[in-house]
Design a protein around this ligand. Structure first.
Ligand SMILES: CC(=O)SCCNC(=O)CCNC(=O)[C@H](O)C(C)(C)COP(=O)(O)OP(=O)(O)OC[C@H]1O[C@@H](n2cnc3c(N)ncnc32)[C@H](O)[C@@H]1OP(=O)(O)O
Ligand SMILES: O=C([O-])CC(=O)C(=O)O
Length: 379
């Protein structure tokens, strides 16, 4: 309490508040590092597939070869979506944002789920696997429908990454592109109590099921201050268009005190642990495509932001151009984040469910004092 006003200390934006314990991942801003289950994320990127990391997040340990094989088989077997959901997706407004489409599709899958209403840990885990498997099918079907194209059937022989490309484009790219995509999925998979993950935990804390938690998490991720920034970054790079005018463009943002998308972070203040790895793979994509424009503009913006504002890029900054160079349309960037972050969100749903207490903070009232209700004709 402050003595003067009696007002308790308000932690606006919950800045610096530890809301619970967690064993899933650890962000260490003092060393710009991040671990999942104790493993450095950059090591996981170099040594593991996205499926291995998904298993780690859900089980706390990396899988053995047999466990990985079983996990892969289970995910691959559940990729198909119902004819009813295909019909619903075809009816979506074609100019809607794919994040709204995937949010609605996940909500619809909650209605259809064979274990709807069962929030036991075992049921939540089976539902999470169904979501992991089906989300790419929904994203790609909605995307293709918006372009007047028929959906592509998932191929169970494909890895998670191969499947995503095949569902969107009808083909699987060269190994360098697949590796860069897999790395992006690993980097996006989990990040402690960020806004969307905390949303999922909050919904779970009421006893609601995982489809509700993930629907709400997708809504939170869409915002431009959170996951939506990867799309905003690419719009910004395209608006600049030419490295020669990048400095001048940035100065005009400073003059207008405007946000520069893909920069800043609530927890990391001296560099996002994931940026060097994602940048390395974005550079590889620029080499593969033979176009360094976006990486060159990015380099100038990052240098200027650091020199003039002491603000570092976050993961969305290199991920945006990486996805663009892989050939994805910009509105698919945040849905790709969903296809990855479902793993982290689900891990937090399991953890919250295992030791639950309803999340319900307090608000300090600053509105009018109590007063009588005037009659309608007296207002
Ligand atoms: C995967 C992810 O979700 S990563 C985040 C993706 N989001 C973005 O890239 C959007 C742009 N960034 C931002 O809006 C912010 O940096 C956030 C939302 C990520 C973090 O916000 P906060 O922790 O509240 O940072 P805060 O607002 O306190 O920033 C400190 C100062 O840096 C400035 N700042 C922070 N980020 C930026 C930015 N991207 N561009 C310009 N100035 C910025 C703020 O204006 C503030 O300045 P002030 O002290 O003069 O008011
Ligand atoms: O941690 C955050 O606040 C945002 C973020 O980087 C993420 O969710 O990956």
């Amino acid at each position: 309490m402050s003595e003067k006003s009696n007002t308790p200390e308000i932690k606006k934006g919950l800045v610096g508040v530890y809301a619970d314990v967690s064993t899933i991942s650890k962000v260490m801003p003092e060393t710009n590092s991040l671990t999942y289950g104790g493993y450095a994320v950059q090591d996981l990127c170099e040594s593991c597939s996205f499926e291995e990391v998904a298993y780690l997040l859900w089980h706390g340990e990396l899988p053995t070869a047999a466990q990985l094989e079983a996990f892969r088989r289970e995910e691959a077997a559940q990729r198909a979506i119902s004819p009813a959901l295909h019909r619903v997706i075809r009816e979506f407004p074609h100019d809607g944002h794919p994040m709204d489409a995937i949010r609605t599709a996940v909500s619809f899958m909650g209605l259809e789920d064979p274990e709807a209403g069962d929030v036991s840990d075992a049921a939540q885990r089976r539902k999470a696997m169904r979501l992991l498997a089906k989300i790419p099918t929904c994203i790609a079907a909605a995307h293709r429908a918006s372009k007047g194209l028929e959906p592509i059937e998932p191929n169970p022989a494909h890895s998670f990454g191969e499947n995503f490309f095949n569902l969107v484009f009808g083909k699987v790219p060269q190994p360098e592109v697949l590796k860069a995509f897999d790395v992006s999925l690993i980097l996006y998979a989990e990040h402690t109590f960020n806004a969307s993950t905390y949303t999922a935990r909050l919904v779970t804390s009421t006893g609601a099921d995982i489809h509700g938690a993930i629907t709400a998490a997708i809504a939170a991720l869409k915002g431009p201050l959170h996951g939506g920034a990867n799309e905003a970054v690419m719009h910004m790079l395209k608006e600049i268009g030419d490295p020669k005018i990048a400095r001048e463009w940035l100065q005009s943002r400073f003059d207008h005190k405007a946000l520069v998308m893909g920069f800043g972070h609530r927890v990391y203040k001296s560099g996002d642990s994931r940026v060097p790895t994602m940048r390395k793979y974005a550079e590889k994509m620029a080499e593969v495509v033979g176009d360094r424009t976006w990486m060159e503009i990015s380099r100038i913006l990052a240098d200027e932001m650091l020199t003039k504002k002491n603000i570092h890029p976050n993961l969305d900054f290199p991920a945006g151009p990486a996805y663009y160079l892989m050939g994805f349309d910009i509105p698919l960037f945040t849905p790709i984040f969903v296809a990855s972050r479902i793993t982290g969100w689900a891990a937090h749903v399991f953890e919250q469910g295992a030791d639950n207490r309803l999340i319900r903070p307090l608000s300090w009232y600053t509105g009018p004092e109590q007063r009588p209700v005037p009659a309608l004709d007296a207002r």
